[in-house]
Design a protein around this ligand. Structure first.
Ligand code: PEP
Ligand code: MN
Length: 345
């Protein structure tokens, strides 16, 4: 095989390949003067090499029986790239499958405020057809005087409500020190926009085994987002879901500018699922439904929507939260859009 200079060589082993098979290849890469990268995954082991890739041309790894595929990836991100994996990756949160035919709706309040508020909201979103319950216990607020979340108490409420309703949960993790605790209480991690490039946190989540919804930073390019996901996957956690939640522009009519072109772009460049957050993306309750429909139309695998049993009394983001009736209307409408997009909901 012939390799170009500057493109990363990625060797994908067949499912069931042994550690000894990988070791043989790693040794060979080293003997050619390159630095081998060993990335065991849940389904497949991937091996990379850093150095002058052209030297690997004469190794003929394509003839090794344990090798499924060898590719040279020219993009700066590798493991999240479609060049490495042409199919769509499906990530599971509880029983919900994100990235398959079915559109997955995640819904719940911005912040966990009390057991009663959480249970009432969970029942609303569950009966309307949401599959994952959201709710923040650690809230990264712009103002230090705004409600900061209930912390550990909030996580406990989230777990209790999950047990009661059977809904799997997602909640934001803000700090490396909280990763283990959050993973004991929730089914998926959310990395907030403000932490998208907290590389220590991303690496820690790469060591964790639960899925990660990675929200786009408000001033991050899509390449920044793809590379942030690469940090998590390169540490061994392949279960990453991208979330477009709007970026900062000169426009002030909406809270952020929801960049829906991000969806087809991420889908083209990566095999990972993509969801859209129309709540933070617009900051306006009335715009949540149209932008959710637009998200489905442009190929998103799901949406994450803020819902509150009493939006007028919410401790955070009430202005963009839907009430029970609005959420159930939204779900009805989204079913039609999902069907038109050849998806299910
Ligand atoms: C949230 O989803 O609760 C949140 C804070 O969103 P973002 O990180 O996108 O601002
Ligand atoms: Mn919010």
């Amino acid at each position: 095989m012939h390799f170009e200079k500057g493109g990363k060589v990625i060797i994908i082993l067949k499912p069931g390949a042994l550690k000894e098979d990988a070791d043989t290849i790693l040794k060979k890469i080293k003997s050619e003067g390159l630095k081998p990268l060993y990335m065991p995954g849940t389904e497949r082991t991937v091996i990379g090499a850093i150095g002058d890739e052209r030297k690997l041309g004469k190794c003929h790894f394509e003839n090794y029986p344990c090798v499924e595929k060898i590719t040279q990836v020219l993009s700066p991100y590798k493991l999240v790239s479609r060049e490495v994996h042409s199919g769509n990756t499906v990530v599971k949160i509880g029983k919900a499958k994100i990235g398959g035919k079915k559109i997955v709706v995640m819904a719940g309040p911005c912040a966990i405020e009390s057991f009663d508020q959480m249970l009432a909201t969970a029942n609303i979103v569950k009966s309307a057809g949401a599959e994952v319950l959201r709710g923040g216990a650690f809230k990264p607020r712009t103002s230090p005087y705004a409600f900061q979340g209930l912390g550990l108490e909030g996580l406990k409420i989230l777990k209790d409500v999950s047990r009661e309703t059977g809904l799997p949960t997602i909640t934001e993790v803000v700090e490396v020190a909280d990763v283990e605790t959050v993973s004991n209480y929730a089914d998926a991690f959310q990395v907030g926009a403000r932490n998208m490039q907290n590389f220590r946190l991303l690496k820690e989540l790469g060591q964790a085994r639960k899925p990660v919804v990675l929200k786009r930073g408000m001033a991050a390019t899509l390449e920044d987002l793809l590379l942030a996901a690469e940090y998590i996957v390169a540490e061994g956690n392949p279960n990453v879901i991208f979330c477009e939640r709007g970026i900062r522009t000169f426009e002030t009519a909406t809270r952020n500018t929801l960049d829906l072109a991000a969806v087809p772009h991420l889908k083209k460049k990566s095999h990972l699922p993509v969801i859209v957050d129309p709540s933070h993306g617009t900051g306006v309750r009335d715009y949540v439904a149209p932008m959710s429909a637009a998200a489905i139309a442009c190929g998103a695998d799901g949406v994450i929507v803020e819902v509150h049993v009493h939006p007028e009394a919410a401790l955070s983001d009430g202005q963009q939260s839907l009430n029970a009736e609005e959420f159930s209307e939204l779900m009805k409408k989204l079913r039609l859009f999902a069907a038109a997009a050849g998806r299910e909901l």
